[in-house]
Design a protein around this ligand. Structure first.
Ligand SMILES: [Zn+2]
Length: 96
């Protein structure tokens, strides 16, 4: 009287975790460096004080490839009015 009940096949042994791999937002934002500025064809960096508009142009040709541009402004001190960290940095193209 076998009614065909064989050994139960292993079913449902594989369980997938319910994690959805997506939406990775932890990609680091790459800071703009002097090297990238030069790669983009800029050879100097204009640093201007937004208080007294005193402007200094820094030649970035050669060296300082890893210097982060965003760190320039807060570290600069205006030689005219003495403002610390009030500078704006603007990449300058090849001087015409
Ligand atoms: Zn100034």
């Amino acid at each position: 009287m076998a009614d065909g009940a064989g050994p139960a096949s292993a079913a449902g042994s594989e369980r997938t975790a319910g994690y959805v791999d997506g939406g990775r937002f932890n990609e680091p934002i790459q800071p703009m460096t002097l090297g990238k500025i030069q790669a983009n064809g800029f050879h100097s960096l204009a640093v201007s004080c937004h208080k007294c508009h005193h402007e200094v142009v820094i030649n970035v040709d050669g060296g300082g490839d890893d210097l982060i541009v965003a760190l320039f402004g807060p570290r600069m001190v205006c030689k005219r009015c003495g403002t610390v960290g009030g500078e704006e940095t603007t990449p300058r193209g090849p001087s015409s």
